[in-house]
Design a protein around this ligand. Structure first.
Ligand code: DGL
Length: 288
Protein backbone atom coordinates (compact mmCIF):
# COMPACT_ATOMS: atom_id res chain seq x y z
CA UNK A 1 0.00 0.00 0.00
CA UNK A 2 1.39 3.44 -0.93
CA UNK A 3 1.03 6.17 1.65
CA UNK A 4 0.27 9.81 1.03
CA UNK A 5 3.55 11.09 2.46
CA UNK A 6 2.60 14.77 2.16
CA UNK A 7 -0.49 14.30 4.27
CA UNK A 8 1.49 12.36 6.83
CA UNK A 9 4.29 14.88 7.19
CA UNK A 10 1.72 17.41 8.34
CA UNK A 11 0.70 14.96 10.99
CA UNK A 12 3.32 12.66 12.47
CA UNK A 13 6.31 11.81 10.31
CA UNK A 14 7.49 8.26 9.90
CA UNK A 15 11.18 7.49 10.27
CA UNK A 16 12.27 4.32 8.52
CA UNK A 17 15.07 2.36 10.20
CA UNK A 18 16.92 -0.44 8.51
CA UNK A 19 19.36 -3.16 9.57
CA UNK A 20 20.40 -6.52 8.19
CA UNK A 21 19.13 -8.09 11.42
CA UNK A 22 17.74 -6.79 14.68
CA UNK A 23 20.96 -5.22 16.04
CA UNK A 24 19.74 -1.92 14.60
CA UNK A 25 17.00 -1.90 17.23
CA UNK A 26 19.70 -0.42 19.53
CA UNK A 27 19.73 2.61 17.23
CA UNK A 28 15.93 2.68 17.10
CA UNK A 29 15.87 2.72 20.89
CA UNK A 30 18.02 5.88 20.95
CA UNK A 31 15.93 7.48 18.20
CA UNK A 32 12.74 6.86 20.18
CA UNK A 33 14.38 8.32 23.26
CA UNK A 34 15.24 11.53 21.39
CA UNK A 35 12.17 11.74 19.13
CA UNK A 36 9.29 9.87 20.82
CA UNK A 37 6.77 11.90 18.84
CA UNK A 38 7.76 10.32 15.50
CA UNK A 39 6.37 7.08 14.11
CA UNK A 40 8.86 4.36 13.29
CA UNK A 41 8.98 1.53 10.78
CA UNK A 42 11.90 -0.87 11.26
CA UNK A 43 12.96 -3.61 8.88
CA UNK A 44 15.52 -6.30 9.62
CA UNK A 45 16.60 -8.19 6.50
CA UNK A 46 17.01 -11.35 8.54
CA UNK A 47 16.64 -13.68 5.55
CA UNK A 48 19.85 -12.34 4.04
CA UNK A 49 21.89 -11.71 7.20
CA UNK A 50 24.85 -11.51 7.56
CA UNK A 51 25.68 -8.63 5.26
CA UNK A 52 29.13 -8.40 6.80
CA UNK A 53 30.57 -11.26 4.74
CA UNK A 54 29.05 -10.16 1.40
CA UNK A 55 30.27 -8.02 -1.48
CA UNK A 56 29.54 -4.31 -1.93
CA UNK A 57 27.34 -5.02 -4.93
CA UNK A 58 25.14 -7.51 -3.07
CA UNK A 59 24.92 -5.37 0.06
CA UNK A 60 23.92 -2.36 -2.06
CA UNK A 61 21.18 -4.32 -3.83
CA UNK A 62 19.73 -5.70 -0.59
CA UNK A 63 19.93 -2.38 1.23
CA UNK A 64 18.26 -0.49 -1.64
CA UNK A 65 15.33 -2.94 -1.57
CA UNK A 66 14.81 -2.41 2.16
CA UNK A 67 15.03 1.36 1.76
CA UNK A 68 12.41 1.28 -1.00
CA UNK A 69 10.15 -0.88 1.15
CA UNK A 70 10.33 1.62 4.01
CA UNK A 71 9.65 4.60 1.78
CA UNK A 72 7.19 3.20 -0.74
CA UNK A 73 5.28 0.75 1.44
CA UNK A 74 5.58 2.32 4.87
CA UNK A 75 5.56 6.02 3.98
CA UNK A 76 8.93 6.76 5.62
CA UNK A 77 10.00 10.37 5.11
CA UNK A 78 13.48 9.91 6.59
CA UNK A 79 15.76 6.92 6.73
CA UNK A 80 18.30 5.86 9.30
CA UNK A 81 20.61 3.08 8.14
CA UNK A 82 21.13 1.35 11.48
CA UNK A 83 23.72 -1.03 10.05
CA UNK A 84 27.41 -0.20 9.84
CA UNK A 85 27.96 -2.57 6.94
CA UNK A 86 25.20 -1.02 4.80
CA UNK A 87 26.27 2.48 5.87
CA UNK A 88 29.88 1.75 4.91
CA UNK A 89 29.19 0.09 1.56
CA UNK A 90 25.75 1.10 0.36
CA UNK A 91 24.92 4.63 1.48
CA UNK A 92 25.20 6.04 -2.04
CA UNK A 93 23.15 3.19 -3.51
CA UNK A 94 20.44 3.78 -0.90
CA UNK A 95 20.36 7.52 -1.60
CA UNK A 96 19.99 6.77 -5.31
CA UNK A 97 17.17 4.31 -4.61
CA UNK A 98 15.17 6.88 -2.60
CA UNK A 99 16.42 10.19 -4.03
CA UNK A 100 13.94 12.52 -2.32
CA UNK A 101 14.44 11.16 1.18
CA UNK A 102 17.08 12.31 3.70
CA UNK A 103 19.24 9.30 4.61
CA UNK A 104 21.52 9.05 7.63
CA UNK A 105 24.08 6.30 8.19
CA UNK A 106 25.88 5.34 11.40
CA UNK A 107 29.56 5.69 10.37
CA UNK A 108 29.89 9.49 10.50
CA UNK A 109 28.11 9.80 13.87
CA UNK A 110 30.27 6.92 15.18
CA UNK A 111 33.47 8.64 14.07
CA UNK A 112 32.22 11.88 15.62
CA UNK A 113 31.64 10.10 18.93
CA UNK A 114 35.19 8.69 18.73
CA UNK A 115 36.58 12.18 18.17
CA UNK A 116 34.71 13.48 21.18
CA UNK A 117 35.87 10.59 23.39
CA UNK A 118 39.55 10.28 22.45
CA UNK A 119 42.27 12.31 24.13
CA UNK A 120 45.22 10.50 22.53
CA UNK A 121 43.76 10.59 19.00
CA UNK A 122 44.32 6.83 18.66
CA UNK A 123 41.18 4.79 18.10
CA UNK A 124 40.43 1.09 17.70
CA UNK A 125 37.43 -0.14 15.70
CA UNK A 126 35.89 -3.59 15.72
CA UNK A 127 33.34 -4.29 12.98
CA UNK A 128 32.23 -6.79 10.36
CA UNK A 129 34.59 -7.99 7.63
CA UNK A 130 32.90 -5.88 4.96
CA UNK A 131 32.96 -2.72 7.08
CA UNK A 132 36.66 -3.21 7.85
CA UNK A 133 37.49 -3.91 4.19
CA UNK A 134 35.72 -0.72 3.15
CA UNK A 135 37.89 1.34 5.58
CA UNK A 136 34.91 3.64 6.03
CA UNK A 137 35.81 4.21 9.70
CA UNK A 138 39.46 4.78 8.87
CA UNK A 139 38.45 7.50 6.39
CA UNK A 140 35.84 9.11 8.66
CA UNK A 141 38.25 9.10 11.63
CA UNK A 142 41.14 10.44 9.53
CA UNK A 143 39.00 13.41 8.50
CA UNK A 144 38.73 14.16 12.21
CA UNK A 145 42.47 13.88 12.84
CA UNK A 146 42.32 10.42 14.44
CA UNK A 147 44.59 7.43 13.81
CA UNK A 148 42.65 4.20 13.54
CA UNK A 149 43.22 0.46 13.54
CA UNK A 150 40.26 -1.66 12.39
CA UNK A 151 39.64 -5.32 13.13
CA UNK A 152 36.96 -7.69 11.87
CA UNK A 153 35.01 -9.73 14.45
CA UNK A 154 33.02 -12.10 12.22
CA UNK A 155 32.00 -14.48 15.02
CA UNK A 156 30.22 -11.84 17.06
CA UNK A 157 27.10 -11.26 14.93
CA UNK A 158 26.09 -14.96 14.95
CA UNK A 159 26.68 -15.09 18.72
CA UNK A 160 24.43 -12.07 19.27
CA UNK A 161 21.77 -13.38 16.89
CA UNK A 162 21.89 -16.62 18.89
CA UNK A 163 21.21 -14.63 22.07
CA UNK A 164 24.59 -15.60 23.61
CA UNK A 165 24.97 -12.19 25.17
CA UNK A 166 26.35 -13.11 28.58
CA UNK A 167 28.07 -16.33 27.66
CA UNK A 168 31.60 -17.60 28.33
CA UNK A 169 32.17 -18.40 24.65
CA UNK A 170 31.26 -14.83 23.68
CA UNK A 171 33.53 -13.39 26.38
CA UNK A 172 36.39 -15.61 25.17
CA UNK A 173 35.88 -14.57 21.55
CA UNK A 174 35.90 -10.89 22.56
CA UNK A 175 39.11 -11.41 24.53
CA UNK A 176 40.81 -13.06 21.54
CA UNK A 177 39.78 -10.32 19.13
CA UNK A 178 40.85 -7.58 21.54
CA UNK A 179 44.23 -9.23 22.15
CA UNK A 180 44.84 -9.31 18.39
CA UNK A 181 43.75 -5.69 18.09
CA UNK A 182 45.97 -4.63 21.01
CA UNK A 183 48.99 -6.40 19.62
CA UNK A 184 48.54 -4.71 16.23
CA UNK A 185 48.05 -1.38 17.99
CA UNK A 186 51.27 -2.00 19.96
CA UNK A 187 53.21 -2.69 16.75
CA UNK A 188 52.09 0.68 15.38
CA UNK A 189 52.94 2.56 18.55
CA UNK A 190 49.29 3.41 19.25
CA UNK A 191 48.13 4.75 22.59
CA UNK A 192 44.51 3.88 21.97
CA UNK A 193 42.00 5.18 24.51
CA UNK A 194 38.80 4.55 22.55
CA UNK A 195 37.19 1.42 21.16
CA UNK A 196 34.41 1.92 18.61
CA UNK A 197 31.84 -0.86 18.37
CA UNK A 198 31.45 -0.57 14.61
CA UNK A 199 28.50 -2.90 14.23
CA UNK A 200 24.99 -2.37 15.49
CA UNK A 201 24.91 -5.86 16.95
CA UNK A 202 27.76 -5.15 19.34
CA UNK A 203 26.05 -2.73 21.78
CA UNK A 204 24.38 -5.81 23.25
CA UNK A 205 27.89 -6.97 24.16
CA UNK A 206 28.88 -3.60 25.53
CA UNK A 207 29.36 -4.75 29.12
CA UNK A 208 31.50 -7.71 27.97
CA UNK A 209 33.64 -5.28 25.95
CA UNK A 210 33.87 -2.87 28.88
CA UNK A 211 35.13 -5.68 31.10
CA UNK A 212 37.66 -6.78 28.49
CA UNK A 213 39.26 -3.44 27.59
CA UNK A 214 42.19 -1.96 29.54
CA UNK A 215 41.32 0.65 32.21
CA UNK A 216 40.96 4.10 30.70
CA UNK A 217 39.63 2.89 27.36
CA UNK A 218 36.19 4.27 26.47
CA UNK A 219 33.84 1.94 24.61
CA UNK A 220 31.49 3.72 22.26
CA UNK A 221 28.70 2.71 19.95
CA UNK A 222 27.11 4.93 17.37
CA UNK A 223 23.49 4.52 18.50
CA UNK A 224 23.42 7.60 20.70
CA UNK A 225 25.43 9.83 18.36
CA UNK A 226 23.33 8.67 15.40
CA UNK A 227 20.14 9.63 17.22
CA UNK A 228 21.57 13.06 17.98
CA UNK A 229 22.59 13.53 14.34
CA UNK A 230 19.10 12.40 13.28
CA UNK A 231 17.45 15.02 15.48
CA UNK A 232 19.55 17.75 13.83
CA UNK A 233 19.07 16.48 10.29
CA UNK A 234 15.37 15.69 10.44
CA UNK A 235 14.18 18.59 12.57
CA UNK A 236 15.63 21.02 10.08
CA UNK A 237 13.81 19.44 7.15
CA UNK A 238 10.14 19.82 8.06
CA UNK A 239 7.92 22.16 10.02
CA UNK A 240 6.40 19.02 11.37
CA UNK A 241 5.57 17.29 14.58
CA UNK A 242 9.26 16.47 15.02
CA UNK A 243 10.17 20.08 15.58
CA UNK A 244 7.61 20.57 18.33
CA UNK A 245 8.01 19.48 21.94
CA UNK A 246 5.82 16.49 22.58
CA UNK A 247 4.08 14.90 25.49
CA UNK A 248 4.53 11.47 23.90
CA UNK A 249 6.41 9.08 26.19
CA UNK A 250 8.86 6.67 24.52
CA UNK A 251 6.67 3.76 25.66
CA UNK A 252 3.77 5.18 23.66
CA UNK A 253 5.74 5.66 20.46
CA UNK A 254 4.31 3.80 17.49
CA UNK A 255 6.80 1.22 16.21
CA UNK A 256 6.06 -1.21 13.37
CA UNK A 257 8.60 -3.97 12.91
CA UNK A 258 9.17 -6.06 9.78
CA UNK A 259 11.54 -8.92 9.04
CA UNK A 260 12.30 -10.94 5.94
CA UNK A 261 12.65 -14.17 7.98
CA UNK A 262 12.87 -15.46 11.57
CA UNK A 263 9.89 -13.45 12.81
CA UNK A 264 9.52 -15.51 16.00
CA UNK A 265 13.20 -15.08 16.88
CA UNK A 266 12.93 -11.37 16.19
CA UNK A 267 9.95 -11.12 18.55
CA UNK A 268 11.74 -13.20 21.19
CA UNK A 269 15.12 -11.45 21.16
CA UNK A 270 14.26 -8.03 19.74
CA UNK A 271 12.99 -6.61 23.04
CA UNK A 272 16.51 -6.89 24.50
CA UNK A 273 17.78 -4.61 21.79
CA UNK A 274 14.83 -2.22 21.84
CA UNK A 275 14.47 -2.09 25.62
CA UNK A 276 10.72 -2.70 25.35
CA UNK A 277 8.53 -5.36 23.70
CA UNK A 278 8.84 -5.23 19.91
CA UNK A 279 5.25 -6.40 19.51
CA UNK A 280 4.04 -8.28 16.49
CA UNK A 281 6.64 -8.52 13.74
CA UNK A 282 5.35 -8.75 10.17
CA UNK A 283 7.03 -11.04 7.66
CA UNK A 284 7.81 -9.41 4.31
CA UNK A 285 9.27 -10.70 1.08
CA UNK A 286 11.64 -8.29 -0.64
CA UNK A 287 12.35 -10.61 -3.52
CA UNK A 288 15.76 -11.99 -4.48
N1 DGL B 1 24.24 -4.96 11.83
C1 DGL B 1 25.33 -5.14 10.90
C2 DGL B 1 26.34 -4.02 11.08
O1 DGL B 1 26.13 -3.09 11.80
C3 DGL B 1 26.05 -6.43 11.06
C4 DGL B 1 25.29 -7.67 10.76
C5 DGL B 1 25.61 -8.30 9.43
O2 DGL B 1 26.76 -8.73 9.20
O3 DGL B 1 24.69 -8.35 8.64
O4 DGL B 1 27.38 -4.05 10.50
Amino acid sequence: MMHDTKARSQATPTIGVFDSGFGGLTVLRSLIHHMPQARYAFIGDTARLPYGSKSRRTIARYAAQSAQFLVQEQGAEFLVIACNTASALALDAIKEAVPTIPVLGVIEPGAEAARAASHTGDVLVIATDATVQSHAYLAACKQRGLRTIEKAGPLLVPLVEEGWIDHPVTREVIEIYLNELRSEAGEHGFRADTLVLGCTHYPLLRSAFEHAVRPGVTVIDSAESTAQAAVKLFNGRVGSALARPSATKPKQTEVRCFATDSVEKFERLGSRFLGRPVGKVTLVDLGG
